[in-house]
Write a protein that binds this ligand. Structure first.
Ligand SMILES: N[C@@H](CCC(=O)N[C@@H](CS)C(=O)NCC(=O)O)C(=O)O
Ligand code: FES
Length: 158
């Protein structure tokens, strides 16, 4: 519940609806069958738009696929700071949907980036969550919400 609250605040940032310039650049190159410079640049921009970036189907609030939903749930459970998170809805833009696969050399959605580095899809996110590797990485990158960190500290004391 706490996690959901954290993520829902970031939902105010419409998935791939903004910035308008990036969106337009995708739409104008829908015919491309390979990753054009223009698309690569737009994806570079998306990947750099926040320390934690998820390319997903649907929005964090309303995921359109179980894999995307599970990934969002994990990021919420981890306590990712909404201010350091951005989601891009590939269902809104086919160029993004296809382009991100080539960009990452990964065939499926969702795709998680942390600090501009591709981390993996849903299976990897879940397995890193279970092993503690994801918590370690998110901590190292300082992308956890202060409230979440404080809550963890409190829980440890109890
Ligand atoms: N095993 C994958 C599950 C994700 C997956 O299979 N995604 C499929 C169905 S949502 C996909 O993106 N297919 C290509 C597409 O829909 O463009 C993972 O770990 O992320
Ligand atoms: S949309 Fe069907 S499995 Fe993701």
């Amino acid at each position: 519940m706490f996690a959901r609250t954290i993520l829902s605040r970031q939902l105010l940032r419409p998935a791939f609806a903004a910035p308008a310039a990036a969106r337009t650049s995708f739409l104008t190159s829908i015919q491309a069958r390979f990753l054009s410079d223009q698309t690569r640049q737009a994806i570079d921009k998306a990947v750099s738009s926040a320390p934690v970036v998820l390319f997903m189907k649907g929005t964090p609030e309303t995921p359109q696929c179980g894999f995307s939903r599970a990934s969002i749930q994990v990021l919420g459970m981890q306590g990712v700071d909404p201010a350091k998170f951005a989601a891009f809805n590939v269902l809104e833009d086919n160029e993004l949907r296809q382009g991100i696969k080539e960009y990452s050399d990964w065939p499926t959605i969702p795709q998680l980036y942390i600090d501009k580095e591709f981390v993996g899809g849903c299976d990897i996110i879940v397995s890193m969550h279970q092993s503690g590797e994801l918590a370690k990485l998110l901590e190292e990158k300082k992308v956890l919400a202060v409230e979440a960190e404080a809550a963890e500290e409190e829980a440890k004391k109890e």
